[in-house]
Design a protein around this ligand. Structure first.
Ligand SMILES: [Zn+2]
Ligand SMILES: [Zn+2]
Length: 432
């Protein structure tokens, strides 16, 4: 897997600069022993700091004892937000010298550690305890700061060690969530291609291919599920490998473009709790459900590519449009969507003929998207979530529609659904 990434670093001719910070990536029996010897060989293990949460502390004990290192336990199901990063940061300050940090947990533990490690320029090593997200080896931190979902450039782990007896022991719901995170690549890759076609945004075909391969691998893995423990273990190992491949693609790209599009914006929108109550749903569960709703929405709006594109980025980010939904978050949303005024939104540069002159290509892309039914089948096979009600969100049509229309505003990234929303605002005024 790492060889594939290194080959892209040295041989890619797309014109973009690719680099990789992760020098060791191991998935297999004995990975815990190798983690311990790696830390002993590469760092002062006495000043290492392992961070886990109360659910993953049981996997940390052996590492802490063998290394004689310090540790910090986050609350179970801690969110990657300003409270947890402040607590960990304060603890790090008290400790003084820290040679390396070890993230022992799933997605949130990794985001909290990578955020704090990056702030202090301390290297970190990943020890994932569930095949639940694709962000372990990525270089971005997905945080919820003061209620707003923000993605920060951050550090990738210098090494990752994934021990099957650890991450296969995670509740099956977490692995199903990992599949949901990967199913979202159908729409994230689509959005990347759309932007490449209509704005010329750089698209590295090698990185695109790597993410697509990870998606295909996970779909193939879902066919392994027979319900017995042997097949579940094989399946979980393949899911972990697919997630890591996707994470490496993000690391090579230097951002989350290959892995995060309109489906992730749905998930991030719900995490801001502006039109819904907080839910306990996992990241990948929300992404999987978001994908199931986004796919038919894109197909139903395919006709926009046959018309002149009439949008106005300033009208799109007008306070009167956003305030009824985002309320106290409106300033943050405008800052994200239009960071430096006119000409700085992801919609800038789109002209009247941007869609029309590419209509044939865009239709072919839309037609190539899978149906929501086929995606629901894959998620159903692995016990994943497919409906809003499955993730404790209102299942009515109005809620789904508001989520589809307003979610593109959470991130300054061009997606097909953002164009749909902008057309509605520009031509129809306030969104209903
Ligand atoms: Zn994700
Ligand atoms: Zn490239």
């Amino acid at each position: 897997m790492l060889e594939k990434a290194k080959k892209i670093v040295s041989a890619c001719r797309c014109g973009c600069h690719h680099s990789i910070q992760t020098s060791v990536l191991e998935v297999g029996d004995g990975a815990t022993d190798h983690l311990i010897s790696y830390i002993k060989d590469s760092f002062d293990s006495g000043t290492a700091l392992l961070v886990c949460d109360s659910n993953t502390a049981k996997y940390a004990d052996r590492v802490i004892t063998s290394l004689g290192c310090r540790h910090f336990v986050l609350p179970g199901n801690a969110h990657a937000n300003e409270t947890e990063t402040a607590r960990l940061s304060a603890h790090m300050k008290e400790l003084g010298d820290i040679s390396v940090m070890i993230a022992c947990g799933s997605g949130s533990v990794h985001d909290i550690v990578r955020y704090c490690a990056h702030e202090r320029s301390v290297p970190f090593v990943s020890y994932p305890t569930a095949a639940s997200v694709d962000g372990f080896v990525s270089g971005v931190a997905a945080m919820t700061m003061y209620g707003q979902k923000l993605t920060y450039p951050s550090s990738s782990p210098v090494a990752l060690f994934a021990e099957p007896s650890v991450f296969c022991d995670a509740p099956p719901r977490l692995t199903a969530s990992g599949v949901g995170d990967m199913i979202g690549k159908f729409t994230s890759l689509f959005d990347w291609q759309v932007s490449n076609i209509i704005t010329g945004e750089a698209l590295c075909t090698d990185i695109f291919g790597m993410t697509k391969e990870a998606l295909d691998d996970i779909i193939a893995a879902s066919n392994l599920m027979r319900g017995d423990s042997g097949s579940t273990r094989d399946f979980t190992v393949l899911v972990m490998k697919g997630l890591l491949l996707s994470g490496l693609a993000m690391q090579l790209a230097g951002n989350s473009r290959p892995a995060s599009g309109s489906e992730h914006h749905m998930s991030h929108f719900w995490e801001m709790h502006v039109i819904n109550e907080p839910t306990d749903a996992l990241h990948g569960e929300k992404v999987g459900v978001g994908t199931c709703y986004m796919l038919p929405y894109i197909k139903a709006n395919a006709e926009i590519v046959d018309k002149e594109l009439i949008i106005d980025e300033c009208k799109t980010f007008d306070r009167r449009v956003l305030d009824p939904v985002f309320g106290a978050m409106t300033d943050g949303i405008i800052k994200e969507g239009l960071p430096g005024g006119k000409g700085t939104s992801a919609l800038a540069g789109l002209g009247r003929d941007s869609l029309l002159k590419n209509a044939e290509k865009l239709h072919a892309l839309i037609d190539s998207l899978p149906s929501a039914e086929s995606v629901r089948k894959v998620l159903g096979r692995v016990g994943g979530c497919t409906e809003l009600e499955d993730i404790a969100l209102p299942g009515d049509e109005r809620f789904a529609r508001e989520s589809l229309i307003y979610s593109p505003f959470v991130r300054n990234r061009l997606t097909f659904s953002k164009i749909i929303s902008s057309i509605s605002v520009t031509q129809g005024g306030l969104l209903k």
